[in-house]
Write a new protein. Sequence first.
Length: 255
Amino acid sequence: MLIHTLYFEQASIIAAVVCSLIAAGLLKGTIGVGMPVVALPLLSLFIDVKSAAMLLSMPLIFSNLPQALEGGKTGRCLMQLMPVILGMIPGLFLGVQVLLALDANVAKIIAGLVLMGVGGVTLLAPKLQLQSRLVLPIGITFGFFGGILGGIAAMAGPLVFIFLLAKGLRGKAFTKEASLYLVVSAGLLAILLTASRQFNWLDVSVSTAATLPVVLGMYAGQHMRDKIAPETFKKLVLLAVIAAGAELLRHGFLS
């Protein structure tokens, strides 16, 4: 479906898709996270939401893999993520089934609501402090709903990031767990989408090729870190994401 969608698009649409991926990589390179939050609304202006989710699956894996493996002790980190992963698996499965069953306009409406919700929650993210006895049930809960968002809109991360912050993770410890979670969730997303009748392994190869413009954007973003205040840049991007979500809602209702 993805390769079919792109094959019949005009060259200008393909160029717009590539530019969208570069812009998403730029954000990740600047602040370290947030690639799908920018990519999905931009891509959804040019291709359908289902194809956009498939296109983002492999770039999510490859762009987060270096940070996931950095510093070693990846197995121990994976065990610490188990509560989230246990919730994410059924949530992602449910989210993918919803995505594949949706009409294109309904998918745009749901994606728009997800974007506005995730953008708002991330922008106003509460500073929570989680007690150790609550890590398992809260982790499973956040993982489940994060998985649903991952299946519907390739955005498994934002809710889980709030949970990781509430555990007290900061700096490299946060980046490693967050990146490892994204690698696992994006890998499962790619498997579930490919196993459906709507996508195949050729679509996986197209998604893999989409990693290149993302990496180019990340390279540019890493050089911009010292020139732009990351927090200011993040807030501006999230406001743009909320606006993009509203635009998807408008398109979904009026199409």
